[in-house]
Design a protein around this ligand. Structure first.
Ligand code: ATP
Ligand code: MG
Length: 553
């Protein structure tokens, strides 16, 4: 889909590693914490990790980073698997950090035996006080010089559940004066008597991120462990632990988080929106989650293209949501079935159309030569869009107006002869004549008109609900504003039109097809559809503000 681009910095590293034989193949992993649904930022990480092993020999594991028993749920595991598959990627192994709890426990004992870890009875306040500051060294814990035997005994008893939450920790013995604060005797294990979604009540001590991630990477022999920039200071600890344990030397590389504007991309914040019912759920079509985008009508191809275009960077920057919209619009233009839907109807009566009705045909998609045709019934009573008619039009108005002609899409040219008003003075009907020789595809009338309108036959139209979406937030970076980010929600982000008039071909609409409602935008069927009531979500409008920008670039 995209043009050739130069190698990103990770590809350069990998090509070098493969060329000089450092690795015969590469192993990457995508390591979500199952504490929420995946969002568009995660899509970047997925496309990067899986994309590298599609391009180079090797494979990618899906690893659930489930070391925190309190926030994790099986629902999230299932949704994450569904989303990765839907994006079009296949993992080699499905793994869980919790699968490694026994190994990690063994690693901890090994550090204790090497006198590189100790059990600390300090409270969290004491530990914070010992920590020092970036400019001042910390102070040693009074428990730092416990013997190996005592540490072993206490750690085993921590594991056996003899001590309450928070009463003790296991810490690495590194250097309380280290310039990297994370190297000042970091906590490796804490006590937490909590049920875990996979290991149940087997454990009451849980490893910290830094004592799980790199070790899991090493167990899986991950060659390139790619994470986001906030982990740069952790790399030193990552390397220290691997070296001291003498395990497989995985390497950590960092890239900039990818976030888009007018939304939030933090699972914790998205969870608040769900719990406080600002949205209908994780897959609300306004959400920046993969499941929300899917329900909104985004295609996996368009999301992959977006991730490819924004690429990999070492500096954070907020990506304009317009680029994401550009990518989906471009894809939908190629695949969407064209259909006609009238949102705000004005009745047109064709006074000289005496044959009652006929079946016309129109192409499903002018961008797709194999797209085929569909039937569209035509009759003497039609609906057009109210905004496509003007009684006193300005110059260069090419839509319908008294005495003016327009073409009805895939049908005939009509001419407005007369306006009919109701008791309140409002126009209720427009009377027209049609040109019988002007039928689309067989036009011998010699008349050329500038405007083409969409329409539906009154008798054949079916009713549908459409849901229109706007940005979820009013500001570019709600998390960066003063006060609660939820104060910046856009109150007009959802507009429901309960009854629009659709051409009958949409009766067969299904969840897999995409539609362009002509002159209106791209739409997809929503799962709220029930027999007798079609519901469509607007994916994106037709307007293409990004095209010019993208061409310039
Ligand atoms: P959140 O703050 O939304 O919970 P997280 O980083 O805690 O994000 P994880 O489940 O730990 O979420 O992330 C899994 C992987 O996805 C990690 O490697 C993480 O670095 C990456 N990732 C998360 N958010 C982004 C983002 N906005 N851009 C790029 N990669 C991301
Ligand atoms: Mg996380």
């Amino acid at each position: 889909m995209s043009e050739e681009r130069s190698l990103n910095f990770l590809e350069e590293i990998i090509e070098e590693d493969l060329k000089n034989g450092k690795y015969p193949h590469i192993v990457t992993r995508f390591p979500p914490e199952p504490n929420g649904y995946l969002h568009i930022g995660h899509a970047s990480s997925i496309c990067l990790n899986f994309g590298l092993t599609q391009k180079y020999p090797g494979y990618t594991n899906l690893r659930f980073d489930d070391t925190n028993p309190v926030t994790e749920e099986t629902e999230y595991v299932d949704s994450i698997k569904e989303d990765v598959k839907w994006l079009g990627f296949e993992w080699k192994n499905e793994r869980y950090a919790s699968d490694y709890f026994d190994d990690l426990y063994g690693f901890a004992l090994k550090l204790i035996d090497k006198n590189l870890a100790y059990v600390d009875d300090s409270s969290s306040e004491d530990m914070a006080a010992q920590k020092g500051t970036p400019t001042e060294p910390g102070t040693n814990s009074p428990f730092r010089d416990r013997s190996v035997e005592e540490n072993r005994d206490l750690f085993i008893r921590m594991k056996n559940g003899e001590f309450p939450d928070g009463s003790r920790t296991l810490r690495a013995k590194i250097d309380m004066a280290h310039i990297n604060m994370l190297m000042r005797d970091p906590i490796l294990y804490r006590i937490k008597h909590a049920h875990h979604h996979r290991t149940g009540d087997k454990w009451c001590i849980y490893p910290m991120y830094d004592f799980a991630h790199g070790q899991s990477d090493a167990i899986e022999e991950v060659t390139h462990s790619i994470c986001t920039l906030e982990f740069v200071p952790h790399r030193e600890l990552y390397d220290w632990l691997i070296e001291k344990l003498g395990i497989y030397p995985s390497h950590q590389y960092e890239f900039a988080r990818r976030n888009i504007n007018y939304t939030v991309t933090s699972k914790r914040k998205l969870l608040q929106l769900v719990n406080e019912k600002h949205v209908s759920g994780w897959d609300d079509p306004r959400m920046p989650t993969i499941s929300g985008l899917r329900r909104r009508g985004y295609t996996p191809e368009s999301i992959r293209e977006f991730c490819d275009r924004i690429g990999v960077a070492k500096r954070e920057n907020r990506v304009d949501v317009g680029l994401l919209e550009f990518c989906v619009r471009e894809h939908l233009n190629r695949i969407a079935l064209r259909r006609m839907v009238v949102v705000d109807p004005l009745k047109v009566v064709i006074t000289n159309y005496t044959q009652g009705e006929e079946m016309l045909q129109s192409e499903n998609n002018p961008e797709d030569e194999n797209g085929g045709l569909r039937d569209i019934p035509f009759s003497a009573e039609l609906y057009i869009e109210r905004e496509d008619f003007m009684e006193n039009p300005p110059k260069k108005y090419f839509r319908l107006a008294p005495g003016q002609m327009v073409r009805l899409k895939s049908a005939y040219i009509i001419k407005c002869e007369e306006v009919v008003r109701g008791a309140d003075g409002e126009i209720t009907e427009v009377r027209c004549t049609y040109i019988p020789e002007s039928k689309s595809g067989a036009d011998t009338s010699g008349i050329s008109v500038k405007g083409t309108l969409h329409w539906v036959s009154v008798k054949h139209a079916i009713l549908a609900e459409i849901r229109l979406y706007d940005r979820l937030f009013r500001v570019e970076d709600p998390a960066d504003e003063a006060g609660d980010f939820k104060e910046y929600l856009n109150p007009g982000s959802l507009q429901v039109l309960p009854a629009v008039y659709a051409e009958p071909a949409l009766k067969d609409a299904n969840l897999l097809e995409r539609y362009q409602f002509i002159r209106k935008g791209y739409f997809v069927l929503d799962r709220d559809t029930v027999p007798g009531k079609l519901v469509f979500n607007k994916t994106v409008g037709l307007k293409d503000a990004w095209a010019k920008e993208a061409k310039k670039a």
